[in-house]
Design a protein around this ligand. Sequence first.
Ligand SMILES: CC(C)(COP(=O)(O)OP(=O)(O)OC[C@H]1O[C@@H](n2cnc3c(N)ncnc32)[C@H](O)[C@@H]1OP(=O)(O)O)[C@@H](O)C(=O)NCCC(=O)NCCS
Length: 179
Amino acid sequence: MTSAGPPCRSAEPPRTLAVVGGTHVVLRPIAPSDAPLLHAAFHALSPESRYLRFLGHLSDLTPSMLRYLCEVDGRDHVAYVAVVETPAGEAERIVGVARFVRARDEIDTAEIAITVADELHGFGLGTLLLESLAHAAATRGIRRFTAYTLRENRAIRHVLAHGGATTLLDDDTLEVRLF
Ligand SMILES: CC(C)(COP(=O)(O)OP(=O)(O)OC[C@H]1O[C@@H](n2cnc3c(N)ncnc32)[C@H](O)[C@@H]1OP(=O)(O)O)[C@@H](O)C(=O)NCCC(=O)NCCS
């Protein structure tokens, strides 16, 4: 969805530091320049994680998909990345990404997706990324997240439960009421 207004990033820390499974990561909003690292992160995912995230077999991200994923408006489409940086502070590797896209017909609702690099599963990064999204949602009038997931995806259900009361709307849609 496109936005008529300017990006809205007020009251949000631009960078949050965390240690996840012994790895130092920086959580920050995604930037257009992240496209090559996001592309690499996609290829580093296991086939199972890729399937769970995209709900199908996707072998590559096209340049236009990468543009869509990285060039967000910061208001109706918000995305955070968890980045491993070099000692000089340059982005080296993306190990997590989370986004929401506001629904066209319900302005207080957004669809979310979260992905964490396989080697860092189970260390709390998915939950941290959800917290970043929930914080951004609160300043943009979004009260409800929905997520399309496979029924067997227990991990995302556990993560979303940290955001608020969750309800299974149908076979593959979870709803989270944030407040
Ligand atoms: C879903 C995903 C983002 C979770 O990220 P994560 O960093 O591993 O999650 P966390 O470490 O924050 O774990 C959060 C909770 O989920 C639980 N959990 C994690 N993996 C689990 C699994 N495979 N089965 C059951 N529970 C699991 C954890 O125990 C934790 O529960 P608790 O906080 O109640 O103790 C990650 O598994 C992933 O990237 N999966 C592939 C892509 C995907 O499925 N995306 C969702 C589509 S929207």
